[in-house]
Design a protein around this ligand. Sequence first.
Ligand SMILES: [Mg+2]
Length: 295
Amino acid sequence: MTMEYDDRYHQVQRPKPKYDCLLFDLDDTLYPLSTGLEKACRKNIGDYMVEKLGIDESKIPRMCDLLYKNYGTTMAGLRAIGYKFDYDDYHSFVHGRLPYEKLKQDPVLKKLLLSLPLRKVLFTNADKIHVVKALSRLGLEDCFEGIICFETLNPNQHSSDDGNDIESEVESSAGARLFDILLHFSQLNAGEDLPKTPVLCKPSEYAFEQALRIANINPHRTMFFDDSVRNIQAGKHVGLHTVLVGTSQRIKGADFALESIHNLREALPELWEDAKKSEGIRYSGKVAIEASVTA
Ligand SMILES: [Mg+2]
């Protein structure tokens, strides 16, 4: 009799909610691509490469494309192929002149996010100044319990310091040790491996693992939102539930696809149902504890 009761007791108390955390990318995920920020950012990156790194203008589009595709961010790629620069200087050049006025307060999204009693964490490759500015323009600064950004994953790399600076500076300014990524990809059988980057960012799986560890997130109970296919696929690899944002076309690695983050409730009603379930469990748990005390 007692055993039977115990089994039923456990069944009532145990059905865990499926999710306990939502992990969001920022740019082009929490606001649409149509704001034009991404385009402006790309232009600024190109200008930085010409003005500050002395790269030939004609090489910029192809180089940006290759670096971004192979390293996650153009910055991570530039560092990999041997350019040395100050990260804060790069970020202020690239993000400092963005048309932030294009980002408008989004009370609809704010209400949606706050209506979900789940942990919400931001995971972006961007720097902290950009994150704070963008969130405040969108009016979403109170929606997240934590932010994982460039500085979180690259804590000691505010500048190009890497221990043997003087030698490196000489080498890179002389162009001696720069890796020619255009040449590399122009060869049909490019046998040489690409150089590694010291910058940790999405879509590196190690970057995901670090972010999950720092924010104490269990990927199996977390829904991850990002507009980048590569990031979504890497997220899937580390065990996250994935939502591709910005398109309704689902791809391999994405559990869901959302044209806009505003469609959250329509596309993922299970998040709210799940949250309700978890409230129910808390309640039934409380009753069960009281009952067992009385018994
Ligand atoms: Mg993005």
